[in-house]
Design a protein around this ligand. Structure first.
Ligand code: NI
Length: 136
């Protein structure tokens, strides 16, 4: 494997967290940790490089603050626009304010990408994660 050097700028807090993880996980270097993080990002998003109409299936996991203004209504409304893509969903009340929603999806890459984008636009969403795999 050819290794190339590049320079990146990161917020101090992020570097501090990386350094704490490096020490906890016994990772040999900062470069190794950052490289693994980038590879995970590339793996997570590589399905986007496939053809738009290719079918994927998997789970979207959304963590959000249910007290944020109209968040429940917005989440529900978006999901009703993707009836053909949403197979099922599970809602878990995590803490007094935080909810976790796991949504199983199946459909064309273009539609799933658009669904993920709509969720990411909502304020009050703490994170949207997904694990998708090609099915065709
Ligand atoms: Ni809840």
């Amino acid at each position: 494997m050819v290794i190339k050097r590049t320079g990146i700028s990161l917020p101090e807090e992020v570097l501090d967290q990386i350094d704490r993880l490096i020490s906890k996980l016994n990772i040999p270097s900062r470069s190794r940790a950052i490289s693994e993080a980038i590879m995970r990002y590339v793996t997570d998003w590589s399905w986007l490089l496939e053809e738009e109409e290719k079918k994927v299936m998997g789970a979207l996991t959304i963590l959000y603050d249910h007290t944020a203004r109209d968040i429940m209504g917005r989440l529900t409304k978006i999901q009703h626009h993707y009836l053909d893509e949403i197979v099922t969903s599970v809602h878990v009340h995590v803490t007094h304010d935080t909810c976790l929603e796991v949504i199983i999806v199946k459909g064309a890459i273009s539609r799933i990408r658009s669904l993920v984008n709509e969720f990411e636009k909502i304020s009050g969403i703490k994170c949207v994660r997904f694990a998708l795999t090609g099915i065709q």
